[in-house]
Structure formats: C-alpha cells, structure tokens
Ligand binder design. Structure first.
Ligand code: FES
Length: 163
C-alpha cells in the first residue's frame, strides 16, 4: 500500500485512475504473478472506479496474467523479425524442454511459457523477457542455460531491497 500511495501521489485527486497500470503491476507481483477477479476488484476499489474499467485494461495488455502462473514467466517474442531469426524454433525447443505448450505452466511450477508481440529488441532476436529483463540472441544451448539460471534465482518484487 505504501508503494501504491506513492504512485497515487503523482496524480491530482480527480485523476487517480491514471495510476491503474503501475497499481495493476503491484497487484500482480503481490498476488503471486497474476491478477484474479478479486485482485482487479481491489484495484478498482483503491482507484474508486468501476471493476469493468480495470478488467478492460488487464485483459488488453499481455503483461498481465489472468490465471495462475509459474515462478518465472517466459515471454517469447513471435513477431516477424524474431520469427526470421528463429523464434519458432526457440518456442518449439522451450515447449520440448518444459514439457508444456505456449500458454501452459511446466509440471514443476517453475515456468509459464507465453508468446508476445514485438518487444523492441528486433536486431537481437530471437529473444524473450522475464519480468524486466531481456534475454537475447538465444539458441537452444543458451536457452537451456537460461532455464537453469532462472531456476536457481530468488524472485523479489521490484520495490524490495536487493531486487
Ligand atoms: S520482433 Fe522480436 S523484438 Fe521486435
């Protein structure tokens, strides 16, 4: 709530709705990496707006997860330039390694595999994003190494120390 109040202080009292994106990010991080209907209702209550206004935003942006996810969410770019540089092969490799399809979570709960549109790193594709971090020029070997590194990583929230 302290972090939410900090964002709300950036806007005039009658324009607090403008803080909806950062507050949804906080809700997602705070409630296990996804925004449930209850979490969206809470965001609406905090912003003093209708729940439908929160649902509209959360369902529009792919960075918000609407169902439970694994410890790490792999967001693989599948747009043209990355596709030309092998994103299809990367996605297939990750599906085989993780034993799950795009949109699913691995059985060990460590990874959810998603595809997203251009992340503005077209010259270094194929690439994927995990939280705020980009991983670029991936091939099967570096993707496997990334999975191992992520498994060992302690996940912190952006506002926590040593993030
Ligand atoms: S096409 Fe993949 S980052 Fe732009």
């Amino acid at each position: 709530m302290a972090e939410i109040r900090r964002y709300l202080s950036h806007y005039p009292a009658d324009r607090q709705k403008s803080a909806i994106l950062p507050i949804l990010h906080i809700a997602q991080a705070e409630f296990g990496g996804w925004v449930s209907p209850e979490a969206m209702d809470l965001v609406a209550e905090i912003l003093n707006i209708q729940p439908i206004e929160v649902y509209e935003v959360a369902t529009f942006y792919t960075m918000f997860n609407l169902k439970p996810v694994g410890k790490h969410v792999l967001e693989v770019c599948r747009t043209g330039p990355c596709m030309l540089r092998g994103s299809d092969q990367l996605i297939e490799h990750l599906e085989n390694r993780l034993g799950c399809k795009v949109g699913e979570t691995s059985a060990d709960g460590n990874f959810t595999l998603k595809t997203v549109e251009c992340l503005a790193s077209c010259g270094t594709g194929p690439m994927l994003q995990v939280r705020e971090q980009f991983y670029e020029d991936l091939d099967p070997a570096s993707a496997d190494q990334l999975l191992e590194d992520l498994k060992a990583l302690t996940v912190r929230k952006p506002w926590e120390e040593n993030y």
